[in-house]
Design a protein around this ligand. Structure first.
Ligand SMILES: Cc1ncc(COP(=O)(O)O)c(C=O)c1O
Length: 326
């Protein structure tokens, strides 16, 4: 019989799928690393499991312990699956910008959810960064995951996502394009691919309201770049340790409107029902058109599933209210 011992064993091994219509104007082959095939419907399952297992091995997560994380949803889902299978209590601290669906999904898999305001600086005690840290100090036997600075985040992608892309493209991948939040995906995959072939180019997708692009280009952390934005999953108002700027060749910024419109277009034109950062990634890829030639093999990674965005990017009333469609 061929079966997995538990749901965690099904993480990884996701397909690579050719984009056809949306990228028709590009000269190259564009392949999507389709991470919604993970059991928690996102790429984050990979790093969640890695972080939990590394914490267990290091003795910082002990039997009967509580896992605490500030998460926009997907990491929380991955951690929650690991917590269920391994028998831990799970608390997710989430900002009020995140969709209600994401919060309900976390509760469905047994997680407690604390909601914090978005429009406060990270050092404010009400921010989700500060709240997660405080809870981990107050609750006995708690482990604060901190996906932003936890090296197991990047390591998961170096050990699994990167090698999968290399093997699936038979080493022919020339460019890797991906949205950047904690930086774990771009840094782990990017450093693996560059280790195999230093000529591989790595592009990050950023959003307006985030610090990454300017920091990468100038070395300046410019607070004027920071303002609230709608796009979910990518961009930051901090510099997470998991962003390895040295392996990133460049960033392109995508507007909230374009990210939302392209999230809809991926579903309607490619049959790919995906999250908002996938829309941003595919629009960013089109913005990078002049960097690609006919022999190139471009891999774009799509992080999560469309079901988490049915109240927003897949709701035409919301899209109209935001002024994104007529
Ligand atoms: C939907 C979505 N897209 C993109 C990202 C960014 O990935 P990473 O944190 O690996 O940079 C995240 C991370 O939170 C996410 O949830």
């Amino acid at each position: 019989m061929n079966y997995a011992e538990n749901i965690l064993e099904t993480i990884g091994g996701t397909p690579l799928i050719k984009l056809n219509r949306l990228t028709a104007e590009l000269p190259c082959l564009v392949l999507a690393k389709y991470e919604t095939f993970n059991p928690g419907n996102s790429v984050k399952d990979r790093m969640a499991l890695q972080m939990v297992e590394d914490a267990e091995a290091a003795g910082v997560l002990k039997p009967g312990g509580t896992i605490i994380e500030g998460t926009s949803g997907n990491t929380g889902m991955g951690l929650a699956l690991a917590a269920v299978v391994k028998g831990y209590r799970m608390i997710c601290v989430i900002s009020d910008k995140q969709s209600k669906e994401k919060m309900d999904i976390l509760r469905a898999v047994g997680s407690e959810v604390h909601v914090c305001p978005t429009d406060v600086p990270p050092e404010d005690p009400r921010s989700y960064y500060s709240t997660a840290r405080r809870l981990s100090e107050e609750i006995p036997n708690a482990w604060y995951v901190n996906q932003y600075d936890n090296p197991s985040n990047c390591k998961a992608h170096f050990l699994s996502t990167g090698p999968e892309i290399w093997e699936q493209t038979e080493g022919k991948v020339t460019h890797f394009v991906v949205g950047v939040g904690t930086g774990g995906t771009i840094s782990g995959v990017g450093s693996y691919l560059k280790m195999k072939n230093p000529k591989v180019k790595v592009w990050g997708i950023d959003t307006y309201g985030s610090v990454f692009k300017k920091y990468h280009e100038t070395g300046i952390f410019d607070k004027n770049e920071i303002y609230p934005y709608v796009t979910e999953g990518i961009g930051e108002d901090i510099l997470p340790k998991n962003v390895n700027f040295g392996i990133i060749d460049g960033f392109t910024k995508v507007t909230d409107k374009d990210a939302a419109v392209y999230t809809q277009r991926l579903a309607k034109e490619e049959g790919m029902f995906l999250g908002n950062s996938a829309g941003a990634a595919v629009k960013g890829l089109l913005q990078l058109k002049e960097h690609f030639g006919p022999d190139d093999v471009v891999v774009v990674l799509f992080h999560d599933h469309g079901s988490r965005y049915v109240g927003k990017m897949f709701n035409d009333d919301w899209m109209r209210e935001m002024g994104y469609i007529e």
